[in-house]
Design a protein. Structure first.
Length: 534
């Protein structure tokens, strides 16, 4: 599913907030070790640091980034290396974006727009990748599909049914709540704009209002309470509209058993039914921004003044549109992984996931196919605040911890500040099933139509690690995918800091217990370690 946070749980707006209520042959560098973090001074980030914090490092900047900038200044030093194709399995990607248009993969064996499968790979006019979703975008969640299909043979049918009933009730309650909040804010704005005879009023103008009219006094009081919590009336109005749209999408599409988003006319239960979809890998609407953001984290042009620096400097992005506004289909995921492998990708990023997966074996087989063909697959750990050693999260590379792949990396998310709240509250974790952590909260990157924005989620952490994998494969192309994975895990920065897990202040664990490596991914260390492998 594309959502990169628990919807509404992290949007930062509520009634309480608003109203105050209820190649480097001559390596002369030394890797960063398990540094003493006790004297670190943690301060607020500057605007420049906020846009680039994931590329800074803990030792020099007191920020738990991946030491990407240090890797470039001390190790890479302008060396381009070998071109690496990175497949981004995600929502649509704006391949015309000013920061991405020069790094988009082109299938040289296909003649554009001639309606023929020139390279005989089963996909007609797949110039920059493939769109497995066709023209659709909105979709159900997987457990809702189980109910819609009345798939009583599914061993998790009753679980899915109970979950749907519970979630529908929860989201209907949220709809009522946010509709009421939005109405109050809209009324406040209408009252103030009418009194001041302008739409774009300031707090100074509100503070200067003197009126005996009770409705105006109430509007002024609400505006002051909102301002005390960092919101103008106008900002709250816009943000609430976005929240209402997301709530309605959740109810009308994701949780609606009567909705059908699939329009590709294929059999979702038949892996041999292929070639559906089309070659248009772009987003179908501006709000479909997830894939563009992920692609930018990996490959946006560095140091061009835009602020959205990609981790890897010599890659091509293969765009695979698979992730809708809802849960992705197992068939699409499995076929997209195989497409990426068969068409030359050396790294695959998958910033998606779900807790129900009827055809999980198809995807697991595809992950093994990637491993068998020397391809690194990087996957987001998920945003449910869960221990994925005990709670199901798909796709995965194992059955009962017996792995089918030695090139699969699952990534958890970090925040900007070192300390007890360093792990993103939404991030999944797991000593067995999560491999490493990387920056994922409030990451600045590309969005459609030449725009940029901050997004948060393990969706943002995974492409950071995919970028490091691409850097290693570019600078040291003789290393196998399995070696690249091991380098990333072994070279990370180990920390023993105790951290809050799942956003629950009562759930505190050593950071080392949250993943297999117990480390933060570190590009600088990774390149040093990679240089020493013969």
């Amino acid at each position: 599913m594309k959502l990169n946070y628990k919807l509404l749980g992290y949007v930062g707006i509520s009634a309480a907030v608003l109203f105050g209520c209820g190649s480097t042959a001559d390596i002369l560098t030394t890797p960063i070790e398990n540094i003493d973090t006790s004297p670190l001074k943690v301060t607020d980030l500057t605007d420049a640091e906020k846009k680039n914090w994931g590329h800074l490092d803990l030792e020099r900047d007191t920020i738990p980034g991946m030491a990407v900038d240090r890797a470039y200044s001390e190790i890479i030093k302008g060396k381009k290396g070998t071109k690496v194709i990175v497949a981004v399995i995600d929502s649509g990607i704006d391949i015309d974006h000013e920061d991405l248009d020069d790094v988009i993969w082109t299938n040289q064996d296909e003649i554009p727009n001639n309606g023929k499968d020139d390279d005989k790979n089963g996909y007609v006019d797949d110039i920059h990748g493939w769109n497995f979703l066709g023209d659709a975008y909105d979709e159900q969640l997987e457990y809702v599909r189980i109910i819609s299909a009345n798939d009583t043979s599914n061993p998790r049918y009753e679980e899915a049914k109970a979950l749907l009933e519970s979630e529908r009730q929860t989201w209907m309650g949220r709809k009522t709540q946010y509709d009421q909040i939005a109405q109050a804010v809209n009324n406040t704005h209408e009252t103030l704009s009418k009194y001041l005879n302008k739409e774009d009023y300031t707090m100074e103008e509100i503070n200067a209002i003197s009126s005996e009219d009770q409705s105006i006094q109430q509007a002024v009081q609400i505006a002051k309470q909102m301002n005390g919590n960092g919101y103008t009336v106008q900002k709250a109005k816009v943000e609430l509209k976005g929240i209402q749209e997301q709530v309605n999408e959740r109810l009308n599409y994701n949780l609606n058993p009567d909705f059908s988003g699939r329009k590709t006319n294929d059999d979702i239960n038949d892996m041999s039914d292929t070639g559906y979809g089309n070659g248009n890998v772009k987003h179908v609407k501006k709000s479909e921004s997830h894939g563009t953001h992920v692609a930018g984290i990996i490959a946006a042009e560095r140091n061009n003044g835009k602020g959205a620096n990609g981790v890897a400097n010599n890659v091509e992005i293969m765009a695979l549109r698979v992730v809708p506004n809802g849960d992705e289909y197992d068939k699409d995921v499995a076929l997209s992984i195989r497409y990426a492998v068969d068409n030359g990708a050396k790294v695959i990023n998958g910033s998606f996931g779900k807790s129900f997966s009827p055809h999980s074996q198809w995807v697991r087989d595809a992950i093994k196919y990637a491993s068998d063909n020397n391809v690194v697959f990087v996957h987001a750990a998920g945003n449910d605040s869960n221990n994925v050693d005990t709670e199901p999260n798909f796709p995965d590379d194992n059955v009962n911890f017996v792995e089918v792949s030695d090139t699969y990396i699952r990534v958890g998310s970090l925040t900007q500040k070192y300390g007890s709240k360093m792990v993103s509250g939404f991030s999944n974790y797991g000593k067995m099933n999560v491999d490493v952590f990387a920056p994922g909260s409030e990451v600045y990157s590309t969005t459609p139509e030449n725009e940029y924005d901050f997004k948060g989620g393990t969706s943002m952490a995974a492409p950071g690690v995919a970028g490091i994998a691409a850097l290693i494969r570019s600078q040291y192309p003789n290393l196998s995918a399995a070696q690249v994975k091991q380098v990333i895990l072994d070279s990370g920065l180990p920390l023993t800091t105790k951290v809050v897990v799942g956003g629950d202040a009562n759930n505190v664990k050593p950071f080392s217990d949250l993943s297999k490596s117990g480390k933060i991914a570190n590009a600088y260390n990774a390149l040093i370690m990679a240089s020493k492998i013969k």
